[in-house]
Write a protein that binds this ligand. Structure first.
Ligand code: PMT
Length: 394
């Protein structure tokens, strides 16, 4: 997030209110200006002086007792984003019903800024149908809900309802803004699975949906990069992307090799057929003619070609492994990539077609990093983070 973002921190009354002070600090450390608005009950858990000291501004605590005649509209219009932490069941309910009975809710209603909500309450309160319905309403409003987590609660109880940690909430706030940390970079992404014709009807293909590659292209574009996506699938709806549609490994090789010397980074996430029919039939093969003998020939190794291009972009390859990632390290070394992203396509939630993926990063020096199962969007963000890190080190 660029420095200077203006964040309104809304604090409602729960024991987790003390953590809001750490959240204010975390937001400021990342370059944001923070103003606080507190409910009456919040002030029973933490003093407004704490927030004055951290943010350099006296919190808004009411609609009428302030110097500003209209504190809620001033704050609401000032905000680039609003985060409520902790958000109690009562505050969530007021918010869901548009009850602007205090300065916190009035500020949100007087604003068009995106809202992050970090619930905190006892498990029973969280599980109530009314609370769950209110949370669904807030999600429908487009609010981002962070947590709650499972852990120790007030009074020594343990369960779901614990407010997320301040740094995780800060991450969610920063996530609201596209980070232009890839501005000025040109990147090439391949995506989808190639189709190699057997005849005009049939082809040799694979299960790639293009989701992983699309996530890479979107994330890079949101972060300010110039993106070319060479894909066999529909690309994301983003006018800023240059999308080159291809079908076969040959088509993909041609498009990729032409572009590779012109970009800073190439990430090859496509599942490319290694073999294609040597002589695809120009007419439909007939069952009556018996099972055809299909001779296969190797397709171009697109990644190897990019590796030899001059100038050579920073090169990220993928490895689709089945059953274990043990063979991926040798593949990384053999392919000569700067980073290999290995996924086990037989693992639940990973590989082809899923919206999530669990990957291992294998770097050129042989070091590895295992990532948890996460959305493909998050995997994509981590890949670009790693790419930026590699570029800063070279
Ligand atoms: O599209 P999704 O449904 O979201 O699925 C994502 C994915 C599983 C396709 C993706 O995460 C993935 O693993 N992509 C690589 C698939 C693959 O072909 O892996 P491989 O181990 O066979 O190939 C290794 C690398 O060489 C890959 O970067 C591949 O793009 C490249 N390659 C392969 C063959 C070839 N002829 N030329 C190549 O450049």
């Amino acid at each position: 997030m660029p420095a200077g973002r203006r964040i309104v921190l809304g604090v409602s009354g729960g024991i987790a209110a003390y953590k809001a002070a750490y959240l204010a600090r975390a937001l400021i450390e990342r370059g944001a200006s923070v103003r606080v608005v507190m409910t009456d009950t919040a002030q029973k858990f933490i003093g407004s002086a704490t927030f004055s000291a951290i943010t350099g501004h006296v919190p808004v605590t009411g609609l009428f007792d302030q110097e500003d005649v209209s504190p809620h509209t001033s704050l609401g219009q000032w905000a680039d984003a609003i985060v409520i932490a902790p958000a109690t069941a009562a505050t969530i309910s007021r918010l869901a019903h548009g009850e602007s009975s205090n300065a916190l809710i009035a500020t949100i209603l007087a604003s068009t800024a995106p809202v992050v909500v970090a619930p905190a309450m006892h498990s029973e309160m969280w599980d109530q149908p009314s609370t769950q319905a209110n949370i669904t309403t807030l999600r429908d409003f487009g609010y981002t809900i962070v947590g709650p987590e499972t852990g120790p609660l007030a009074g020594g109880d343990v369960g779901v309802g614990r407010m997320s940690e301040p740094y995780d909430i800060a991450d969610a706030v920063f996530g609201l803004f596209p980070t232009p940390d890839m501005a000025g970079l040109s990147v090439l992404v391949t995506s989808g699975g190639t189709r190699e014709a057997i005849d005009p009807v049939r082809y040799i293909g694979n299960r790639s949906s293009g989701k992983m590659g699309n996530a890479l292209a979107s994330n890079a574009s949101n972060r300010g990069a110039d993106v070319t996506l060479v894909t066999t699938q529909e690309g994301p709806q983003d006018a800023a992307l240059e999308i080159v549609r291809v079908e076969t490994a040959d088509d993909m090789a041609k498009a990729v090799w032409e572009k590779a010397p012109l970009v800073d980074v190439a990430v090859l996430a496509a599942a490319v057929a290694d073999f294609a029919p040597r002589n695809p039939s120009t007419t439909k093969l007939r069952r009556a003619d018996g099972a055809p003998k299909i001779e296969l020939v190797a397709t171009p190794d697109i990644l190897a070609g990019v590796n030899e291009s001059n100038p050579r972009p920073l090169l990220v390859g993928f490895a689709a492994e089945a059953g274990s990632l043990d063979a991926a390290a040798a593949k990384a070394a053999a392919k000569g990539v700067d980073l290999l992203v290995a996924n086990d396509i037989q693992k639940t939630g990973s590989g082809f077609g899923s919206v999530t993926n669990e990957v291992r990063f294998i770097f050129r020096d042989g070091s590895t990093r295992d990532l948890d199962l996460m959305s493909k969007d998050d995997v994509a963000a981590r890949i670009w983070d790693a790419v930026l890190q590699l570029r800063s080190e070279s």
